[in-house]
Write a protein that binds this ligand. Structure first.
Ligand code: SF4
Length: 341
């Protein structure tokens, strides 16, 4: 299938005031691609950089370095201004200005659905105004009547009534607010949507409704999703492939079934061990692995493999050299020295 989005060695560092170093190293050398029409799930604990990765792909944050190709067009390409020695100490070097494009046409094609709908909807605007604003930015109608019809149509698509157009976000439940967020994203007829933990803030009872709706929309409109979640159990049913992040790095990526059955990376194994399995046979084989210690700070990440301070299998090599993210088996990528033996 056609590749819609490709990311190569993407980095996003946030400078920290008063310090000379690279700052918060939120996304470290991430490479992945997403096929047209697929859902790529992205999981990892909070603070692992998955939201920053989603936003950097959309260039809501300017990438520090790497390459982003969307539908065959390079929309960002920049050399790495941070050179690291074997110990991981970074020095700033002079590099050419990154290549960037006018993002406006891509802002229409590439949308985002936020985690917290109440915070992402302007409380002073009615629902109709919120959706209408998205249509206005991209001038997606020929007449006022067409604009009104389109707002009504979008509300209907997400299961809301046309009368809801005159109401304000606070008059809605969390689930309804998220429907408004989805309608706003769909208003511009996007191709690719970053779903940034779209159900984590919602009541468990309505989470599956929203997921089902997103799946229906995908089928109807041929949408491609990057679906971010902190929990594997959310993404494994809806994703064709799943990527696992730890402290800014992508540590494993495989077909959803494959990742669940044959995880290769020690961190993925710990994540999976926390997911309840209905089959008692599988459950008995799968022991709960509990990691020691906290996630280190992305301001001062461990050298070598970023997971080495908590990995039960870490050796000296792991603290000295970062493992390469590579295709260990066809379609199954992972970054771990153990897999190179
Ligand atoms: Fe663990 Fe080493 Fe593999 Fe990192 S490279 S996951 S520390 S065994």
């Amino acid at each position: 299938d056609k590749i819609l989005l490709e990311v190569q060695n993407l980095k996003k560092y946030f400078p920290v005031k008063g310090t000379k170093g690279p700052g918060v190293q939120a996304v470290e050398n991430v490479s992945l691609f997403i096929r047209k029409g697929e859902t790529l799930g992205l999981v990892g604990e909070s603070g692992c950089g998955k939201t920053t990765l989603g936003r950097t792909i959309l260039q809501l944050h300017e990438p520090t370095s790497g390459k982003i190709v969307y539908d065959g067009e390079t929309i960002f390409e920049g050399a790495d201004p941070w050179q690291k020695d074997a110990q991981g100490h970074a020095t700033r070097v002079k590099v050419a200005k990154p290549k960037m494009v006018n993002m406006l046409p891509y802002r229409r094609k590439m949308q985002i659905i936020f985690q917290d709908p109440s915070a992402s909807l302007d409380p002073r605007m009615t629902v109709g105004e919120i959706i209408g604003e998205a249509l206005d930015i991209h001038k997606l109608y020929a007449s006022k009547a067409e604009r009104t019809d389109r707002i009504k149509e979008l509300l209907g698509m997400v299961g809301l009534n046309t009368e809801h157009a005159n109401r304000y976000p606070h008059e809605f439940s969390g689930g309804q607010q998220q429907r408004v967020g989805i309608a706003r994203a769909l208003a511009v007829k996007p191709e690719f949507i970053v779903c940034d933990e779209p159900i984590s803030a919602l009541d468990v009872s309505i989470q599956s409704q929203v997921v089902n709706m997103l799946e229906d929309m995908q089928n109807e409109m041929g949408l491609t999703y990057l679906f971010i979640a902190h929990d594997l159990s959310v993404v494994r049913h809806i994703s064709s492939r799943i990527g696992v992040m730890y402290l800014g790095s992508l540590v494993e990526l495989a077909e959803s079934y494959e990742l669940n059955k044959h995880p290769l990376h020690p961190y993925t194994k710990t994540l999976l061990s926390a997911v309840p399995v209905p089959d008692p046979e599988v459950s008995r084989q799968r022991q709960r692995i509990v990691l020691e210690g906290d996630i280190p700070s992305p301001m001062n990440p461990p050298t070598g493999c970023r997971f080495h301070t908590r990995c039960p299998y870490a050796t000296k090599e792991c603290s000295e050299a970062a493992p390469v993210f590579r295709e260990v088996e066809p379609g199954h990528w992972a970054a771990c020295h153990l897999l190179n033996k």
